[in-house]
Design a protein. Structure first.
Length: 194
């Protein structure tokens, strides 16, 4: 069960506005290469829907879920396509039947959650041979103070998703200088198949 303080934190972030709400993510373009027109897609931790909008405009059937009611409210305001749906839901207890999704995308969420439990839930709602695209923060460094926050390491992530076959994995470095608190990240991406 998600801690209410975490929900309140994300609701406040979306009420104020976040630097990641502009445009779609670069990762969603790479994820798109793995999609078929008939796929039913889950955007796990969709925030205010930027990547769902991108996929919906391309004609995909998309479900976006997030724990933040404020993020989902904003997402619903953006969307006009009937093929895009938004729900308040948490990654540990997805309210979908077994094997509902063909593909699942999650960017910058899972480093905050219990990986084994979320991995099992992703596995449950994904169809056989389905594709999963996961982007994790390994760490975050605040530029002004040099303070570093560590999240899961690559070995912990890989171990938690060992029920899946790895198609591709890689690391990259990014800077978020336009954020309210400028920072850098080391990130890890895994593309998996059930």
């Amino acid at each position: 069960m998600v801690d209410q303080r975490m929900i309140d934190k994300w609701d406040e972030a979306y009420r104020v506005g976040t630097h990641w709400e502009k445009g779609h993510s670069k990762n969603i373009e790479e994820f798109s290469q793995y999609l078929k027109k008939e796929d039913i897609i889950l955007d796990l931790g969709c925030g205010s829907g930027r990547d769902c909008v991108f996929l919906g405009e391309k004609g995909f059937q998309v479900w976006g879920v997030d724990i933040s009611k404020e993020a989902i409210r904003k997402a619903k305001e953006k969307i006009t396509e009937k093929n895009v749906h938004f729900l308040v839901n948490d990654a540990e207890n997805l309210g979908f039947k077994d094997g509902f999704f063909d593909t699942i995308y999650s960017g910058w969420l899972l480093q905050f959650l219990p990986l084994k439990k979320v991995s099992a839930e992703i596995y449950r709602v994904l169809k056989k041979n389905g594709i999963v695209f996961l982007a994790f923060l390994l760490d975050r460094k605040i530029i002004s103070t040099g303070r570093i926050t560590k999240y899961y390491n690559k070995e912990e992530i890989t171990s938690a998703f060992s029920d899946f076959r790895i198609i591709r994995k890689y690391e990259f470095f990014s800077e978020n200088l336009e954020a309210r608190i400028p920072h850098t990240h080391n990130s890890f991406v895994m593309i998996l198949r059930k």
